[in-house]
Design a protein around this ligand. Sequence first.
Ligand SMILES: Cc1cc2nc3c(=O)[nH]c(=O)nc-3n(C[C@H](O)[C@H](O)[C@H](O)COP(=O)(O)OP(=O)(O)OC[C@H]3O[C@@H](n4cnc5c(N)ncnc54)[C@H](O)[C@@H]3O)c2cc1C
Length: 461
Amino acid sequence: LKKALLALGNVLSPDEISTDESTRLSYGQDWTRFSHPDPEVVLRPRTLDQLQAIVRLAIEFQAKIVPSGGRTGLAGGAVASHREWVVSLERFKRIEPVDALDLSIRCEAGVTLLELQEQLRNSLWHWPVDLASKGSAQIGGLLSTNAGGLRVVRYGHVRRWVQSITLVDGTGNIQVLNGELDKNNSGYNFRELVIGAEGTLGIIASAQLKLTRRPRDLLHVLSPLNSIGECLELLAEVRNSALDLEAFEFFSKACVAAVLQNRADLKSLPEANWYCLWTWDTATEDPLSCLSTQPLPGGSLVATDIEAKDLWAYRESITESLALRGWVYKHDVSVPPRQLSSFVKDLEILCAKIYSEFEVFLFGHLADGNVHINIVGPRSVAAEEFLRECESKNADLYSLVKAYSGSCAAEHGIGILKKQELLLTRGPTQVEWMRLVKASLDPHQIFNPGKIFDKSAELHS
Ligand SMILES: Cc1cc2nc3c(=O)[nH]c(=O)nc-3n(C[C@H](O)[C@H](O)[C@H](O)COP(=O)(O)OP(=O)(O)OC[C@H]3O[C@@H](n4cnc5c(N)ncnc54)[C@H](O)[C@@H]3O)c2cc1C
């Protein structure tokens, strides 16, 4: 390490290299909190030249690199617990002006989603990605996880809004993936491979992001409902109307109870088993006439965009409220939306059986068929024991997901937590293809080892 630190000291200033315990501990973990962080060093470069030099030194010293964003990841992708070098992009903060011809904006990887939103606040255009972790999640992390979030029903995942990526690759060279082209059918598309690769194929330094017109007026509705079937009926009705749906979220009454315990400032909601929070773009419709033609379920609360913060607080405070309650083990599954009603019924029966000692919270992005299953256990149980207990039930849970032709990771990615489930749901052949791709693009195997898949991928029985 001494030699490596000396070499790093030639390219980074002292405040860009940290080996002290508290920095290592905090930069070595993300929101999952189950692994013991133990990186060798935390590096916080400011320039592309420094980033490139770090990768070349990692190759020379056979070090492993964990690219690090806002560390809000929920699958352990940014965890460093095996003496890796954490390379944080938090000082890559430059945002260029909007390119009005191309409708795009270039920004560096360490810009947070909120910073980008602030930059575009007074513009006609916006980058239509939105999630509750926006204050910390960075562009590099959002691209590397192909994040989903609250607006997927209208705009799709992050991948649809990326034009170009500047990447430091596994040989320490800089690659511009796609450049400024809108149309480019010239062979394999490496930009698409890097998006969602969870930092296993290189370090994203910056990106050109595509923009779209910001909706002018949004209307938000929180509807109390009694069954997932009723939620889906409402979704079908709204989708078949002239309205442009921006978001359609759902959460259980247990989630509302947890949020209310944490947020004394929020009022209680009308009694129901489920709540749908949905938003539509009223640009082409007068909101009031829309409302009068919509058969809103009884007890629905309606808010304009200015008043919407309080309604969204019920949905956006769930993750943080559960984290305050105890240990949280997260599943992030998706099934075809058509099957959701029957899936959730089977899921509730299964959860009552296999997690009888814990609390279960269901919420997510209804229109995308995406259910977040959060299992909460008391802090009086050791974290490792809780993790082991939850993992021992995964075979049962993912057999159900597979029976519904679902995915084990709708939007959070695989990281270190869902490797076995990836093997089960995607199958060994496709995981082997992933290993072959990594071996080609990261020949020294320096980027994020042990994430998404292990060196040799075997399904444990
Ligand atoms: C309250 C809360 C709500 C959330 N809601 C959602 C949601 O609705 N939808 C959703 O999809 N996710 C959600 N998440 C998960 C998380 O916010 C996203 O996965 C986000 O994209 C992670 O960004 P980050 O900068 O924190 O990345 P990190 O956690 O730091 O890293 C994530 C992965 O990306 C890699 N990485 C980071 N930066 C780079 C880079 N520059 N180059 C290469 N690889 C890099 C890391 O190695 C890691 O594998 C939520 C999390 C929280 C805490």
